[in-house]
Every structure is written in C-alpha cells, then in structure tokens.
Design a protein around this ligand. Structure first.
Ligand code: FES
Length: 107
C-alpha cells in the first residue's frame, strides 16, 4: 500500500499507509495525525487541511482548481509555493512516498 509521511513543525514525522483513492486529509484524521483537522470533510470550505508538499511530489500533482486556489489564499498559515489542501490530494501509486509538511497554525 502506498505511504505518506506527515511532517510536523517540530520535525516529528509520521508515516502511514494510505489506500489508493483515499485523500490525505482522510488518511490523516483516520490515523489521528495532529494538526490536520479537516473540519469541512473535504468540501474545500475550511482550509484546515493545509499542507506544503515536498518535492519531487509537488510537481506530480495536478494544479489546484479555482476553488482550491481561492481557499489557499485564506489559510491561517501563510501560503507557500507548494501549499495544497490535502483533502484534494488523492493517493495513487505515483504518489507512493509523498511527504507533506503540516502548516502551523491551521486556524
Ligand atoms: S478539509 Fe476543509 S478544505 Fe480540506
């Protein structure tokens, strides 16, 4: 099963397995990863799933759609070049090994 590493602002890393087709917000909340709330359940209306995607995986992701792009302008932590809403990152074989830094704060 593909794996994702969540990197906390402290530097702590949590690596978890994620089924193909599951988004990284659901994977985080399902594994009790602190720092990703996912308050809206993935409806792109809360931005509490803000992460910064590490390279080389950031370049593999499709560009954010207009809604995600607009929400990324309202994140609690400043938007960065590789900022994404992890509810919109869907695990695939291609993303096996992806690492994301959890934005801090989320609200
Ligand atoms: S879970 Fe709300 S925007 Fe991602």
């Amino acid at each position: 099963m593909p794996r994702v590493t969540y990197i906390h602002s402290s530097g702590e890393r949590n690596e978890v397995e994620v089924p193909i087709g599951q988004n990284l917000m659901m994977a985080a909340t399902g594994h009790g990863i602190e720092g990703i709330a996912g308050d809206c359940g993935g409806a792109m209306s809360c931005a509490t799933c803000h992460v910064v995607v590490e390279e080389p995986f950031a370049a593999l992701l499709p560009a954010p759609d207009d809604t995600e792009d607009q929400m990324l302008d309202y994140t609690a932590a400043p938007r960065q070049a590789n900022s994404r809403l992890c509810c919109q990152i869907v695990m695939s074989d291609m993303l096996d090994g992806i690492a994301v830094r959890i934005a801090d704060p989320q609200v």
